[in-house]
Design a protein around this ligand. Structure first.
Ligand code: ZN
Length: 498
């Protein structure tokens, strides 16, 4: 039996649960003063505390707690007046202490929610995702298995361990079960992770790079027969690391579980891994054996007791919610829905806003970033903002507005800046890209064009205005595209008595 997604969803109701891990961007680690820079040489950012050497004592990073409280506030959570760290005991080579310091039954933020909007067959619909808890923990180190063909430990000759990541502050955001999404479960899951990522980016507490693992999502999914009123057994797909993969992982698990149930088999509670190539999942370790972590309160750390005044101060610095900000910008700029969505999807909203804040017209800022610059960026597989600075783009737009550059010249200026020829002013000087606005110079070119195309000129004199196009074209060519076309048109028509 092999049902496809649409067939499955007529018979089965999916229930979601999402756990998102976010690496905070604090300068130092969660419990020691080691640096957290990404990409440093292995084991150069370690000390007795994050290596778990005997006698080393941890101290909590205040900035990490502040970031976690900010996340909780942005997700409408209550901030616990008292929370504690616990030891989560398990042995794994990338855990040098043999336990992970985490929050267990006393998390710092509880009971929040995040509303996400998706498009459904009946128009836009909002789903409220309830947040169970936001808690702090520390990241593990990284292992590298060398030799063997798969990069996995099986078949490897030896393994290398890098503890630079061990002890980097992680925040885990756990939803309550998300019921009643029906066939939209995949889109709801994706929209939730996207909305969360936007909030975290707005709070500036993480660089939220899914591809570098600073934001990863575990997708819990179970199925039950429609209208059965029961919950099925769930699977947990670990470390899904792109928005598209979150959506595909939900679809993959819905189909896999339904087909097992159709075949009369039971769903095993287990962790699974998502396979990018196929969009399917494969089993990881079985959760039933792994869950006995023997948690107990961490004796080396004092409880976290944030005072009310501090929380009030943090509330004041909470930035505008991303959804509200989008609405505000859309209204101020008078941008249609579709173009607003294009800016958000291209992750260029901030960039366009910065360009506008430097004085550029919103329509022009949007069309440069999403047009020419994005096109070159896509060709080279880099980010638009890596090619050219906001300041340079704002300057080019200012020169267009002042009439010192035509759109065509501006494209050459942008190309020059991207090619490393310097600032817009440098490129203009080096390439001689000034708009020819000197009337006498333009008139000379106009008289030449009229002489060369006497018949066309005569038709324009007789009132055939569209025929002027050929003459304007000749003038533009003669001036190397550096004339202001509107100006040429005006002078030409006047010259021909129109
Ligand atoms: Zn350390």
């Amino acid at each position: 039996m092999s049902l496809n997604y649409d067939q499955v969803i007529e018979k089965y109701e999916p229930t979601l649960g999402l756990e998102v891990h976010v690496e905070l961007n604090t300068k130092s680690k969660m419990f020691c003063s080691c640096a957290t820079e990404f990409g440093a040489l292995p084991n150069t950012q370690t000390c007795p505390v994050c290596l778990g050497l005997p006698g080393a004592l941890p101290v909590v990073n205040k900035r990490a707690i502040e970031s976690t409280i900010l996340i909780g506030l942005a997700l409408n959570c209550s901030i616990a007046p008292y929370s504690r760290f616990a030891r989560k005991n398990y042995f794994y080579p990338d855990m040098p202490k043999n336990f992970q310091t985490s929050q267990y039954d006393e998390p710092i933020c509880v009971n929040g929610y995040l509303d996400v909007q998706i498009q459904t067959d009946e128009g836009d619909k909002t789903f409220r995702i309830e947040i169970e808890r936001v808690h702090m923990e520390e990241d593990t180190g990284k292992s590298l298995h060398v030799g063997g063909s798969t990069g996995r430990i099986h078949g490897a000759e030896y393994s290398l361990l890098d503890y630079n990541r061990a002890g980097i502050p992680l925040v885990e955001i756990v939803t309550k079960i998300v019921p009643d999404t029906g066939k939209y479960a995949p889109q709801v899951a994706r929209a939730y992770v996207a909305a969360l990522r936007d909030i975290l980016r707005g709070l500036k507490v993480s660089d939220v790079k899914m591809e570098q693992g600073s934001l990863r999502c575990d997708v819990n999914l179970s199925l039950a027969q429609v209208n059965s009123g029961k919950l099925g057994t769930r699977s947990e797909t670990k470390n899904v690391n792109s928005l598209r993969s979150v959506e595909r992982a939900v679809i993959g698990e819905v189909i896999r579980q339904a087909n097992r149930l159709e075949d009369g088999e039971r769903i095993i509670q287990e962790t699974r891994h998502f396979l990018e190539e196929s969009g399917q999942t494969r089993p990881g370790r079985s959760k039933e054996q792994a869950e006995d972590y023997r948690y107990f309160p961490e004796p080396d750390l004092v409880p976290v007791v944030p005072d009310a005044k501090w929380i009030e101060e943090l509330k004041k610095i909470l930035p505008e919610k991303p959804a509200d900000r989008r609405k505000r910008l859309q209204t101020t700029w008078s941008v249609p829905d579709k173009e607003m969505a294009a800016m958000v999807n291209a992750e260029l909203l901030d960039t366009v806003e910065e360009t506008v804040l430097l004085g550029a017209d919103p329509t022009k800022a949007r069309s440069w970033w999403l047009g020419e610059i994005s096109r070159i960026a896509n060709d080279r597989s880099v980010l638009a903002t890596e090619l050219i600075s906001v300041k340079d783009v704002a300057q080019v737009i200012a020169l267009i507005t002042k009439g010192e550059l035509t759109d065509k010249l501006a494209r050459q200026v942008v190309e020059g800046v991207i090619a490393g020829e310097g600032s817009p002013a440098d490129v203009i000087t080096k390439r001689g890209l000034k708009v020819v606005s000197d009337d006498s110079q333009l008139m000379k070119a106009i008289i030449d064009a009229v002489a060369a195309q006497a018949e066309t000129a005569q038709r324009v004199r007789e009132g055939n205005i569209p025929a002027a196009g050929a003459l304007i074209g000749a003038v533009m060519k003669a001036t190397g595209g550096q004339a202001d076309a509107a100006k040429v048109r005006e002078l030409l028509l006047k010259h021909l008595g129109q």
